[in-house]
Design a protein around this ligand. Structure first.
Ligand SMILES: [Fe+2]
Ligand SMILES: [Fe+2]
Length: 402
């Protein structure tokens, strides 16, 4: 998983048992990472407090849990005759090949580049690493648990989930190593226990995770291509790894495509169309609002934030239209106009929260702004959609997108 998906409010919550880190490959997450500054000793206030008090907002990357019993039923080959085991076998072989086994190897360029980065860019860069690491780690936790829970019912699908959790662990670990270049580290063991888990029914996990993987692919490949063409903005070597990295995300997305295909009830009725549009909207708006609060990062690597986001949204939407039964008309100029209006309202909302007013006044100021955000969202949701997908799936082939 690479992208953050957060705007959707939890339907209900329960705390999931913390996944076990029995595999030594993952053990490093619990043993070596700490929430505090690692070195050198400093008289500055320790970063620990800031990192421990994670400010939970609707736009914070979330951890997900689901109804694992329902998942088991969905992947029981006795019950579900749509499960194309030969397709899953083929996907499993691809995951076993482990194309990126030796890809994530660091060099001394990392630390040197981090030391050169100063001021606001350094700060926003650290935040980028933290948020990305949290999002990747969120994927690791969910896939690891699915791998464990589906082992008996469908060992092939279970093994693919475990191998995807391997990939996400690698991604999260690589980002966390990046944080060490800035003398920081996220305590992922602590995060596992301390963060709230958002509960999604399996069907919603499929929509949300498919989108998250594909949007992650488009984000990484777009940044990679941009920096390849404009190397003067290559301020930190992590971006050089994005080309192979994004292929992991693409493969993960293709696996969710195959999963959705095996559950035609999630794709072939009017409810599926409404949910598909809802999840597209949630994921696109969350990314746009998040990124527009962090333009310093995108400008720091020579990108125009809004242009970058629109490119990612349009490409993700085109990819998604291959499998979802309906998608949003994101290429209609009205869509971008409304997104930009939401950015303005969101800025006013943040300003209201940061003002010196007493809480009652703050809340009174917030009400019309939240209502305005809601009405923009509704208007975007109700824009005429694009009918898409392919119910007979005759042309479906997992493929490399670029
Ligand atoms: Fe990932
Ligand atoms: Fe992924």
């Amino acid at each position: 998983m690479a992208a953050e998906m957060a705007l959707v409010k939890p339907i209900s919550k329960f705390s999931s048992s913390s996944p076990k880190f029995s595999n030594p490959r993952y053990a490093k997450f619990t043993s070596s990472v700490k929430m505090s500054a690692t070195s050198p000793p400093t008289t500055k206030p320790r970063k620990k407090a800031a990192k421990t008090a994670i400010k939970e907002t609707l736009l914070t990357p979330r951890f997900y849990t689901t109804d694992f019993d329902e998942m088991e039923t969905l992947f029981n080959t006795e019950i579900n005759k749509n499960l194309n085991q030969s397709e899953f076998e083929a996907l499993l072989q691809e995951f076993k090949t482990d194309y990126n086994q030796t890809h994530f190897v660091r060099n001394k360029e990392f630390k040197e580049a981090a030391d050169k980065m100063q001021g606001p860019l350094r700060e926003i860069f650290v935040e980028f690493l933290e948020r990305s690491c949290t999002a990747e780690f969120s994927g690791f936790l969910l896939y690891k648990e699915l791998g464990r829970r589906l082992k008996k019912t469908n060992p092939v699908v279970a093994e693919i989930f475990s191998l995807m959790s391997r990939d996400e662990a690698r991604h999260a670990g690589f980002l966390n190593k990046g944080l060490s270049d800035f003398n920081l580290a996220l305590d992922l063991g602590f995060l596992t226990k301390a963060r709230k888990y958002t509960f999604f029914k399996p069907k919603f996990i499929f929509y949300a995770t498919y989108l998250s993987e594909k949007i992650g692919y488009w984000r990484y490949i777009t940044i990679y291509r941009h920096l390849k063409a404009n190397p003067e903005y290559q301020c930190y070597p992590i971006f050089k790894y994005f080309e192979n990295w994004c292929q992991d995300e693409n493969r993960h997305g293709d696996f969710f495509s195959a999963l959705l295909k095996a559950q035609p009830q999630f794709l072939n009725d009017w409810k599926a169309k409404l949910w598909s549009r809802f999840f597209c909207l949630s994921v696109y708006v969350t990314m746009y609002l998040n990124d527009c609060q962090r333009t310093a990062f995108y400008e720091g690597i020579g990108l125009n934030t809004k242009e970058f986001d629109m490119h990612v949204i349009i490409e993700t939407n085109r990819t998604t239209a291959r499998i979802f039964p309906a998608v949003l008309d994101v290429e209609n100029p009205e869509f971008k106009r409304r997104l930009d209006r939401m950015v303005e309202i969101n800025q006013n909302l943040i300003a209201a929260g940061e003002s010196q007013d007493i809480p009652l006044v703050k809340n009174l100021k917030r009400i019309p702004l939240i209502a305005a955000l809601g009405s923009e969202l509704l208007a975007m949701y109700l824009m005429p959609p694009i009918e898409s997908g392919s119910l007979d799936f005759a042309e479906f082939e997992p493929q490399v997108v670029y």
